[in-house]
Design a protein around this ligand. Structure first.
Ligand code: MD6
Ligand code: FE
Length: 212
């Protein structure tokens, strides 16, 4: 057990609608990493294209009934992997249980995600400020699990020009994002060089959504 986990409450209210559950994923690290490997066997990392035709810096894949995709036609959720044309791999049980537990701790009783976007950041990779608005129902929260190298999450406001707060995220931290925060702009600062004991020079983020 990490001593620092005793120094602060595990469940932290960051802003209205934003709850951080520090270390929630640590006890299930091994099942999560095994499940990620299984997902990658069926649906490997890929760089999607922005609607403007640029490669995205973050490498991605998906699991669950719906997957988030981006290409020249735009952003959307779809049931099949555009590379294999097969359904996305199933949502692993360890993923579903963690997402449900995190949402419950943040006050969302019955979160049942139908989509999990898996993001991979190598050192130097950032995610620019954006809103998540490709889902049908904005009353549903998003659960976001950080694994591997630490990162600084940027929490903006409802306008792109609003100033951003910095939220450091470590391996095992789970952020639950919903309610009045659901459409806040957010991003990830460039991931610093480093080696994580379990994942090496990489950050992986799992975002769970009820998309459809
Ligand atoms: C990431 N996360 O942490 C990217 N979006 O790698 C997101 O874009 C995100 O963490 C919505 C809600 C929570 C998130
Ligand atoms: Fe996002």
């Amino acid at each position: 057990m990490n001593a620092s986990l005793f120094d602060e409450p595990a469940v932290q209210a960051i802003a209205p609608g934003v709850t951080l559950v520090r270390g929630l994923a640590l006890p299930v690290e091994k099942p999560l990493l095994d499940a990620i490997a299984t997902v990658l066997d069926a649906a490997p990392w890929r760089q999607m294209q922005t609607p403007g035709g640029q490669n995205m810096a973050v490498w991605m894949t998906n699991c669950g009934p719906l997957g988030w995709v981006s290409d020249r036609a735009g952003y959307r959720y779809q049931a099949s992997d555009p590379i294999s044309a097969l359904p996305w791999p199933a949502l692993p049980a360890a993923f579903a249980a963690l997402a449900h537990e995190a949402a419950e701790q943040a006050g969302y009783a019955d979160f049942t995600p139908d989509a999990c976007l898996v993001n991979r950041y190598l050192p130097g990779t950032r995610l620019s400020l954006h809103q998540d608005r490709d889902e049908q129902d904005f009353t549903q929260p998003i659960v976001s699990v950080s694994l591997g190298l630490p990162a600084v999450f940027l929490l903006g406001g409802l306008s792109r020009s609003d100033k951003t707060a910095r939220l450091p995220l470590s391996h095992g931290d789970v952020l639950v994002w919903g309610g009045p925060a659901r459409l806040r702009f957010h991003g990830v600062m460039p991931v610093a060089e480093g080696q994580h004991p379990a994942l090496g020079a990489m950050r992986i983020n799992l975002t769970f959504r009820k998309a459809g």
